[in-house]
Design a protein around this ligand. Structure first.
Ligand code: SF4
Length: 405
């Protein structure tokens, strides 16, 4: 059966159908119950690279701790990182903190698109989202969801991440924007992309704008947009040394804050976060030498393998293989320092370090800390078993290996 082309997209018809659907079907989300630009900015930065259901509890917690720009501006960055820990892409937390300080310095949140764009970490997309939703500014949002919806609605071929199609999409989004409800229209477009016009298998049968959609009319909805191939992922393997010692009956662990040359995949993003000694796995020096390099005049006893912990940052697949060492004598060499094992969970930690710390607490006799609550029973995915064997062998045979003097 021959399919008929729908007419050109009529902006008034699209606006009406889309907004009627949005008013009926939108998800009830906490950032949709406010027009506070600060709250909208928090939600927008959290939602970059993060799904709604993941961001929700973080948003509630963050707004509870820092209900306005003044509260966030006053807070030390370490506290902000701690509230953000687990969301990833920590540069967003740093920018948010800087933006709050800029707002406080200016005396109020900017009221123009240019002013919002001048805030740290705010680009074209975030400025349009915050400006339209919180302040009713007529700026069209163009994110991945909107690009997908528009490429399908208008049956646009080509790479939408590059000119000239990129510019055409921006023009189309601006032309379709409802001038009387720009914030709702932007959210409706993003909601449609997130819940109906999904990347795989768009639900055209229930789509409120299906009668206007050229891709659906031509049967090309599954082949649009024509995005470039994803970047190949890169495997990164690291050795980690977990050094513990007993002081006055309390277990301590050796850590230091990152200073800028962080691990592969997130250099510059993790400054201020605490970590354990680590080195590339193919390093010619064994992990015991890494452990000793962090000490002045100490000895270490190898307590066994610990890990692996796997996680992904951007396109890097990172595997951390750790060994646990008990330190005897000596002191930490700067910038390393011994932190109370029970309290280390209160430091800014990325999720991989949290998992290592949690496993170490269980194995080294520390008590569960705040991040343990509600965690999985086996945070290292089998690492606990590996360590238990390593420690059992060492102690049972009385052969805890001394790695050096
Ligand atoms: S009809 Fe299908 S392809 Fe077109 S906008 Fe709706 S869900 Fe997307």
């Amino acid at each position: 059966m021959k399919k008929e082309n729908p007419p050109e997209i009529s902006a008034p018809v699209l606006r009406r159908r889309l907004l009627d659907w949005y008013d009926r079907s939108k998800r009830d989300l906490p950032w949709r119950r406010t027009r506070d630009p600060y709250a909208i900015l928090v939600s927008e930065l959290m939602l970059q690279q993060t799904q709604v259901k993941t961001a929700l509890p973080y948003y509630e917690k963050f707004m509870g701790l820092f209900p306005d720009a003044a509260a966030l501006a006053r807070a030390p960055l370490e506290r902000v990182f701690a509230a953000w820990a687990g969301l990833g892409y920590y540069r967003r937390a740093r920018f948010l903190h800087e933006a709050a300080r800029a707002v406080e310095a200016a005396g109020s949140f900017p009221r123009s698109l240019e002013g919002i764009r001048d805030l740290p970490g705010v680009g074209e997309y975030t400025a349009a989202a915050v400006g339209s939703i919180a302040l009713g500014l007529r700026a069209a949002v163009v994110d991945g969801n909107v690009i997908r919806v528009l490429c399908r609605l208008a049956a646009l071929r080509g790479d939408p991440t590059r000119a000239p199609l990129k510019d055409r999409i921006r023009g189309l989004a601006g032309g379709l924007l409802d001038p009387s409800r720009p914030g709702d229209f932007n959210q409706a477009m993003m909601e449609l992309g997130a819940t109906v016009c999904s990347p795989a298998a768009p639900a055209c049968l229930i789509c409120p704008v299906r009668g206007l959609c050229r891709a659906r009319a031509g049967g090309s909805q599954d082949t649009l947009p024509e995005l470039p191939a994803r970047r190949e992922s890169v495997a990164v393997e690291k050795s980690v040394a977990l050094l513990t010692r007993l002081r006055a009956g309390r277990r301590q662990v050796l850590m230091a804050p990152r200073t800028g040359s962080g691990r592969a995949g997130d250099e510059g993003r993790m400054v201020g976060f605490w970590h354990f000694p680590e080195a590339p796995r193919r390093s010619p020096h064994p992990v015991a030498a890494l452990a000793l390099s962090c000490l002045k005049n100490g000895k270490v006893e190898d307590r066994g393998a610990f890990g692996p912990v796997r996680h992904t940052v951007l396109h890097f697949r990172i595997t951390l293989e750790a060994r646990w060492f008990e330190v005897q004598g000596g002191e930490a060499r700067a910038p390393w320092s011994f932190q109370d094992l029970e309290k280390a969970g209160g430091l800014p930690l990325a999720s991989a370090e949290k998992r290592l710390l949690k496993g170490l607490r269980g194995l080294a006799g520390g008590e569960a800390g705040p991040e343990s609550a509600g965690g999985s029973a086996d945070p290292l995915g089998g690492a606990g078993r590996a360590v238990a064997q390593g420690r059992g062998r060492g102690r049972g045979a009385g052969k805890g290996r001394r790695a050096g003097a």
